[in-house]
Each structure stands twice: as C-alpha cells, then as structure tokens.
Design a protein around this ligand. Structure first.
Ligand SMILES: NC(=O)c1ccc[n+]([C@@H]2O[C@H](COP(=O)([O-])OP(=O)(O)OC[C@H]3O[C@@H](n4cnc5c(N)ncnc54)[C@H](OP(=O)(O)O)[C@@H]3O)[C@@H](O)[C@H]2O)c1
Length: 363
C-alpha cells in the first residue's frame, strides 16, 4: 500500500544499516530513522539508518519528532501480521508528537513551534525528523504533557469513540472491559469516570496484582477484578452494587471474552478492538438467545479515514480529550521513556507480558 507510507516513499536512503555509532549524526537535511526491510521479529528487524529529508515544497511541513510510543499494532506491522502493511523498507511507528520547524508557502493551518500528531496510520514516527503533507498532521496543544501528546492519537481516541458511539450510556451506567491495564483500558477508566460511567475492569492475575488494582483504582476504576473471578459466584455480589454493563470492551479474545459476555446486560453490546490472546471470540449460545447481545468491532484507523473530511468530529474529540488532560482527569498511560538509539531494549520490553507500562521512544 504505497499511500500508507507516502511520507517514507519520498525519502531516499543514504547509508545502509548503522551499527550503533553515528558518523553522520547532526548533519542537516538528514533524519535518523528506525527502518525495517523485511517482516520478522521486531527487535531484530529494525535498524537505525540515516534518511535524507525531501524538499519541503509549497505544501510540506518539516517536523522534528519529540516522542513516539511503541504500540502493539506497530509491532504487528513489523511482524507482518497487521491489517495494514506498508511497502518495505518502511519506518516503524504510527503515532507520536512532533514540533513544526518549518512550513511550505501554501501551508495554512500550521506554524513553526506548533505540536502535531499524525492524522492517520503510516507516518513512520520512529525517526528524528520528517517532512509530511499538511493534511497528514493534526495540531495539538503544546501545554499538555509530552507523554500525553505522544499517546493521544490512538488509545484515548479509541476509548473515547467506543464509550460514545455504541451504546447511549448515561451517568450511573456501567461498562466492563478486559486488559484494563492496557493503554486503551487506562483511557477507558478515566474517560468513563469523567462521564459518570462506572467501570468493571478485568486484568490477568499476577503475583503483585494488588499493586495493579490499587493503581487502576487511583485512576478512577470502580472495580478491578482478576480474570478468574468472572467465573465465580462472587460476581453476583458485585452486581448488587453496580448495574450490569450495557457495554463490554474486548481487547483479548478467548476465555476472557466468553466469560465477560455472560455478564452483559440484556440487549447490551460487546465491542472487540483487540485480540491480545490471539484466541478467537467464542460466544455462549445463551448470550445470544436469552440476552440478545450485539457483537461489534471497532478500528480507530477506519474511523479516522471515514471522518477525514469531517474535521469537526476529529477536532471535537481531540479538544475533549485535551480538556480532560488539562483538568488532570486523564493522565498519560504508565510509561517509560527510552532514547531512540536504545530502541532495542524498548522494543523487547514492549513485548513482555505483565509489564503494565508503555515504552516511549524520545528523540
Ligand atoms: N481497534 C483499534 O482501533 C485499536 C486501537 C488501539 C489499540 N488497539 C489494540 O488494543 C490492544 C491494546 O493496545 P494498547 O496500546 O492499549 O496495549 P498495551 O498498553 O501495550 O497493553 C497491552 C495489554 O494487553 C494485555 N495482554 C498482553 N498479552 C496478553 C495475552 N496473551 N492475553 C491477554 N492479555 C494480554 C496486557 O496485559 P498484561 O499486563 O496482563 O500482560 C495489557 O493489558 C492491542 O491489541 C492493540 O492493537 C486497537
């Protein structure tokens, strides 16, 4: 899909694979980028390279990247298992925040100094600098924490849309979600809390589960439960203090999802947006017959494309999320910053289970 890496395609490569030292570091007109030439293990497939920046032209925007997270979909793209696969070689990373350095003469919405995030997947954000067309970038306020800006465009947007677009929830209603400690899950907890919606948060058991439960409770989670509890009679006690959920958000698949479905309110909706266990979704027959549940899916990339011409919807979402951030109602996900040069450690860390921490590359 050539369009996907429109930005990368206009780059031409200077030196092949660097080996850890950077002889041309700081040379103007060059960007250092994490490039992969074939699909495979992410840490092994990526290499730092010097890429020459294309001319700015009248409609180009020259951006210095500041920070970019490592998300599961970035890794899946490198592994070759994601729904969108760019032409290779490609630069890794689909979201992040950068600062505008220079704009072409016909650029109207952006000015030097502005902070920007990608408007779509495929920008290749794991690099120091990029020249992109204006319509591939969205302006975000520069008075929010850099970790919030770097992680704003995918997970909080996904959480926001899923809470708003599938069920007409009102204060007091409840939502159940698995992988509640994920980036999306943390955003769901905080946005739901701001909307007056109660959350039942399912996490995988681990030796220090109480620490995780406390952390999610501090974020605003009403209930945090280990996955095993979904199968226990104690769930009846829980539903004495909170209404049965009208919305279930599924990021896992397999048993976790099947059990979660059993607790959905009659006529409720389950939205699947991730498949971290790599297991299919198995629906209990009773959930369909006696509870008439609806199964839906959501992909934020598709939503952004469907709304590319409707800037109002996108601007409203970004503005609402930034208001929550400024009000201290939405914090960035628990994260660890790593310099771009040390990407290998960050990529390996991001693939470990039970880490509960997002890796953010800083440039
Ligand atoms: N459809 C969309 O538009 C959309 C948008 C954003 C994200 N996503 C998807 O949502 C998922 C989460 O993304 P994120 O950035 O929020 O992730 P993240 O912050 O990296 O968190 C990953 C989550 O997955 C859990 N997990 C990992 N391996 C698992 C397994 N084998 N079984 C069950 N749970 C497992 C982790 O729990 P532990 O702590 O227990 O390991 C953690 O909660 C990904 O699949 C991503 O692609 C989809």
């Amino acid at each position: 899909m050539r369009w996907l890496l429109g930005v990368t395609a206009v780059f031409y490569r200077l030196k092949v694979r660097a080996t850890g030292t950077w002889s041309r570091r700081g040379v103007s007109g060059l960007s250092r980028a994490l490039v992969y030439e074939k699909h495979g293990d992410p840490a092994a497939s990526l290499g730092l390279e010097n890429l020459k920046l294309p001319d700015l032209g009248a409609t180009g925007v020259h951006v210095k990247m500041l920070a970019a997270p490592i998300n599961p979909s970035d890794l899946n793209m490198i592994q070759g298992t994601y729904a969108l696969l760019p032409d290779l070689p490609a630069v890794g990373g689909n979201e992040g925040v950068g600062q505008v350095l220079k704009v072409g003469s016909k650029v109207t919405r952006l000015r030097p100094g502005d902070w920007v995030i990608p408007a779509d997947a495929g920008l290749g954000t794991w690099r120091t600098e990029v020249v992109a067309q204006e319509d591939l970038l969205l302006k975000v306020p520069s008075d929010i924490p850099i970790e919030s800006a770097a992680t704003l465009g995918v997970n909080p947007c996904t959480a926001y849309r899923m809470l708003l677009d599938f069920e007409a929830l009102t204060p007091g209603d409840s939502v159940i979600q698995n992988a509640a400690n994920s980036g999306v899950g943390q955003a769901v907890i905080q946005i739901a809390r701001a909307m007056g919606i109660r959350t039942i948060n399912v996490v995988r058991d681990r030796p220090d589960i109480q620490t995780l439960m406390d952390r999610l409770t501090l974020l605003g989670a009403d209930h945090v439960i280990p996955e095993e509890m979904l199968r226990k009679p104690e769930m009846k006690d829980l539903f004495r203090s909170v209404p049965k959920p009208r919305l279930a958000l599924n990021c896992v698949g397999g048993k976790s999802t099947t059990e979660m479905l059993r607790h959905l309110e009659h006529g409720g909706t389950m939205v699947t947006y991730g498949g971290m266990s790599k297991q299919p979704v198995t629906v209990p027959v009773s959930a369909l017959i006696f509870n008439d549940v609806t199964l839906r899916g959501f992909w934020v990339t598709q939503w952004k494309r469907d709304h590319a011409l409707n800037k109002e919807a996108m601007n409203e979402m970004i503005a609402s999320l930034c208001t929550l951030i400024r009000q201290g109602k939405m914090t960035p996900p628990a994260c660890k910053q790593t310099p771009l040069e040390e990407y290998r450690v960050a990529v390996e860390e991001s693939m470990k289970p039970f880490s509960s921490s997002k890796q953010i590359l800083v440039m």
